[in-house]
Design a protein around this ligand. Sequence first.
Ligand SMILES: NC(=O)c1ccc[n+]([C@@H]2O[C@H](COP(=O)([O-])OP(=O)(O)OC[C@H]3O[C@@H](n4cnc5c(N)ncnc54)[C@H](O)[C@@H]3O)[C@@H](O)[C@H]2O)c1
Length: 359
Amino acid sequence: MSSESHERILPAGELHEFVVRLWRCAGSAEAEARLIADHLVSANLAGHDSHGVGMIPTYIRSIAGGHLQINQHARLTKDAGAVLTFDGQKAFGQVAAREAIDAGIERAQRLGLAAVGLHNSHHIGRIGFWAEACARAGLVSFHFVNVTGDPMVAPFGGSDRRFGTNPFCAIFPRPGRAPLLLDFATSAIAFGKTRVAWHKGVPVQDNALIDAAGQATNDPAVMHEAPYGSLLPFGLHKGYALAAMCEILGGALSGGRTTYTETLQTSHDAIFNCMTTIILDPQAFDAPQMQAEAEAFVEWVKASPQSGDAAIQVPGEWEESNRRRRERNGIAIDRSSWNEILNAALEAGVPADELARYR
Ligand SMILES: NC(=O)c1ccc[n+]([C@@H]2O[C@H](COP(=O)([O-])OP(=O)(O)OC[C@H]3O[C@@H](n4cnc5c(N)ncnc54)[C@H](O)[C@@H]3O)[C@@H](O)[C@H]2O)c1
């Protein structure tokens, strides 16, 4: 572990064991603790620190507030053959989404396609993680997600927070290669990225935030200190339109709730996600040239003359290169986030003397 003052660098394996221990102390069964650790550390490895171990303090506060339920499971509420609906029962999203997605994968492999509605689950984290499970099984998937009742994003043309950062995700598996993966929030930046910037004391990019008066700002504090501002949707009206469809397809179609006065959460720590997932077996299509066509396109776009220093990438490549680098060099966590995580570990019941070596 590095002792640099501004950050801690931990090997992924050591961080994983730390997270398992933390959730075991908090009361999770071994399998649950491992699912949470797998998910969070994998988000850090992919480069999405906003959805990695930095979420732990929020989860601990959500448990303390009576929102997130330890050792709870998803419950199948309707089986319509190719369409399954699950109530996440406020379980860890890492558990509820695992159960829902595994069931969807099994159905899609049997039928050629399946849709899974999951509602009332606690935070399901980095959506790419669920898409990657589908791709590992050789399947294509699409995911529409909402964050019920915790508005942070202003509608295009509006000036206050009305809906969540509603991510959209799609994956295309490539045998022997990393899948093509689109996975992003429909806000200009993910909320977690404002948390990371706030902890680091750095501004965020232009056109991502407005303050409480509706004025443009780069200060991430407007998302963390009252009076609260809002995130903006990405891509003007187009990002807003996609966010709205994530709210309806993710929130309403899955059997869950959308965001309006009656569904507003009283706590920012209670993050409830709904997700509608569509899973397709590419083998069910009459498209023997599918992989060759995908590769030809990838090669074609990469042949575009570069306009700047950054190489042309395809969706998912950014995560792959982070993964390779972080598996080799370890995961760096800024000191402020790490201290918060250690305090949460103490609250979870990890003995203080055990935590001393991590300080
Ligand atoms: N559970 C929730 O409620 C929730 C809410 C919002 C976001 N999220 C998660 O937060 C994470 C971060 O979201 P974000 O909006 O910050 O993502 P982001 O802005 O970092 O975008 C990531 C996407 O862009 C692609 N990408 C990056 N650089 C690229 C390039 N040069 N060329 C082509 N593609 C490129 C990546 O492969 C990936 O598909 C995601 O994993 C998302 O699922 C979860």
